[in-house]
Design a protein around this ligand. Structure first.
Ligand code: AMP
Length: 193
């Protein structure tokens, strides 16, 4: 099985490009943010616990997302692998992922990193706010907190995966989704060949 990590700051386009990658390589796209938003919409206990944290732009506890990922690995069948989007987001989550996979005799295949500068993060999120209406895209304060959380807690993962030779990055700063998608697919194809 392949275990790809789709990495990048909020607004980089992970969700936008995940469909094309997962379709081409028969991967199950697993977005922890999307799974959490589904829990909130369904009014589950987990959703209730996650709601305030998400709307403040903070991360939910590591154990919550680790549990969601591990159970998805156990229950979802019929794919050649998984495309993890928005997970891992902390070093503790990256280490937990390694041990979840080790138990299965598997390992992370590669990290596909979609990079954009902070200024573009704000523009992209402002644009998405008008289209998707996500609560955590609406407030300046929340967006700032997500950007600083990314730099403080998630960015260290770049070195973590560089050290094991699994980190692959593409700059997605073109004006159109199509141009950025072409660059992302070129990177993914190069990893697979
Ligand atoms: P996303 O859709 O990936 O931007 O995630 C939206 C929000 O869900 C994040 O700002 C976090 O509050 C929460 N979230 C998603 N994935 C994780 C994760 N791996 N660890 C902790 N919190 C997460």
């Amino acid at each position: 099985m392949k275990y790809y990590i789709l990495f990048g700051p909020p607004g980089a386009g992970k969700g936008t490009h995940a469909g094309a990658i997962s379709e081409k390589y028969n991967l199950k796209h697993l977005s922890t943010g999307e799974l959490l938003r589904n829990e909130i919409a369904a009014g589950t206990e987990l959703g209730k616990q996650a709601k305030d944290l998400i709307e403040a732009g903070s991360l939910v506890p590591d154990e919550v997302v680790e549990g969601m990922i591990e159970s998805a690995f156990e229950t979802i069948k019929g794919y050649d692998g998984f495309l993890l989007d928005g997970f891992p987001r902390t070093l503790a989550q990256a280490e937990a992922l390694d041990s979840i996979l080790l138990k299965k005799n598997e390992q992370v295949t590669a990290v596909i990193s979609i990079m954009i500068p902070d200024e573009l993060i704000r523009q992209r999120i402002a644009h998405r706010a008008q289209i998707e209406g996500r609560a955590d895209d609406a407030k300046e304060e929340t967006i700032n907190h997500r950007i600083s959380t990314y730099h403080a807690q998630t960015e260290p993962l770049i070195d973590f995966y560089k050290k094991v030779g699994k980190y692959h990055e593409v700059l997605a700063v073109a004006d159109t989704i199509e141009e950025n998608r072409a660059s992302v697919m070129k990177l993914v194809d190069s990893i697979n060949n």
